[in-house]
Design a protein. Structure first.
Length: 132
């Protein structure tokens, strides 16, 4: 599993598009549908935080569902860092921010590669074979 993480509008999607320019892949926008993880092609999972906000599953069950569903598949997560900046006044938004933080920690612990995109610049945070 690979993770591309960064703030909103920092160039994550463009980075992934360039990376996969000649690679068959399926782009899964979680804000508009169910989570489905085909096994035969690279799957780009985008906006997982929106799925997490909409699911009726308890947080622990949602995280386990995601982790079990991606097992053994070639997956790239595009994660929006929503944990920085001003703490939301709305309790539901704080709950989502905290849930995303816990999910992201689990994903990054299992990821082979983690790249942070900061205003279009890529920084490797974790490379295959290195441990966190």
């Amino acid at each position: 599993m690979r993770i591309i993480v960064g703030g909103a509008h920092n160039g994550k999607r463009e980075y992934v598009r360039r990376m996969l320019a000649n690679v068959p892949h399926q782009w899964l926008d979680c804000s508009v549908g169910r989570l489905e993880f085909p096994a035969d092609v690279t799957v780009v999972i985008d906006r997982i935080e929106q799925w997490l906000a909409q699911t009726e599953l308890p947080e622990a069950d949602a995280v386990e569902f995601i982790l079990k569903s991606i097992g053994g598949k070639d997956v790239i997560f595009i994660l929006t860092d929503i944990g920085r900046g001003i703490v939301p006044m709305d309790a539901e938004q704080r709950k989502l921010r905290d849930a995303c933080g816990r999910l992201y920690q689990r994903l990054m612990a299992q990821a082979d590669d983690v790249t942070r995109i900061w205003y279009g610049l890529a920084q490797t945070l974790k490379k295959r074979g290195e441990s966190i």
